[in-house]
Design a protein around this ligand. Structure first.
Ligand code: APR
Length: 174
């Protein structure tokens, strides 16, 4: 599914984020940039050790929740990996929506600063971090839509969802 926003395309698709052929792939990282399972595991497995060597050297203090940092993409078919740190879901009264939106926004700012024309993003926080997919999808689509309206870049933002339920939630939110 695709929608046009301010001359850009917002796309929703089902698949593996690590296999995307785009300028930047967004990782669902933790604030220590320590690697993990899910999206993080898939990206580091496919991209090789260069990705973590780079973040360990450039960002030894990690990345705050609600923000993102940019690094190399190793063996992936992308120029950059943007490590975005979404919040752990704690019931909804711990600023989760703002932190989640902040992680997406910062990821897109970094993509724009590095002249990325296409970006693939996962459903941050909706796996190990437990954010309900129906709520997270609305925050994600709004954050990305607002950024595209304001900045008119990148040309393509593709949400890459794992499984039909996640796809349906994002399609409903778009
Ligand atoms: N491609 C796209 N989406 C995927 C993939 C994949 N290869 N693998 C999992 N997903 C989906 C999950 O189904 C979930 O909807 O990505 C979403 C985010 O799940 P997680 O990767 O668990 O990310 P998150 O909830 O943000 O938790 C981050 O998990 O792996 C650790 O190091 C990571 O500590 C961090 C935490």
């Amino acid at each position: 599914m695709k929608v046009a926003i301010n001359g850009c395309t917002l796309e929703i698709t089902e698949g593996d984020i690590a296999a995307q052929e785009v300028d930047a792939i967004v990782n669902a990282a933790n604030r220590f940039l320590a690697g993990g399972g899910g999206v993080d595991g898939a990206i580091h497995r496919a991209g090789g050790p260069a990705i973590m060597e780079d973040t360990a050297r450039r960002y030894p203090e990690g990345c705050p929740t609600g923000s993102a940092v940019i690094g190399v993409a190793g063996l992936l078919a992308a120029k950059h990996v943007i490590h975005a740190v979404g919040p752990v879901w704690r019931g909804g009264n711990e600023n989760e929506a703002e932190l989640l939106a902040g992680a997406y926004r910062r990821a897109l700012e970094l993509a724009a600063q590095h002249a990325c024309r296409s970006v693939a993003m996962p459903a941050l926080s909706t796996g190990a971090y437990g954010y309900p997919i129906d709520l997270a999808s609305r925050v994600a689509v709004r954050a990305v839509g607002d950024f595209l309206v304001e900045s008119g870049t990148p040309e393509l933002v593709r949400f890459v969802l794992w499984g039909r339920a996640a796809y349906d939630a994002f399609a409903a939110a778009t």
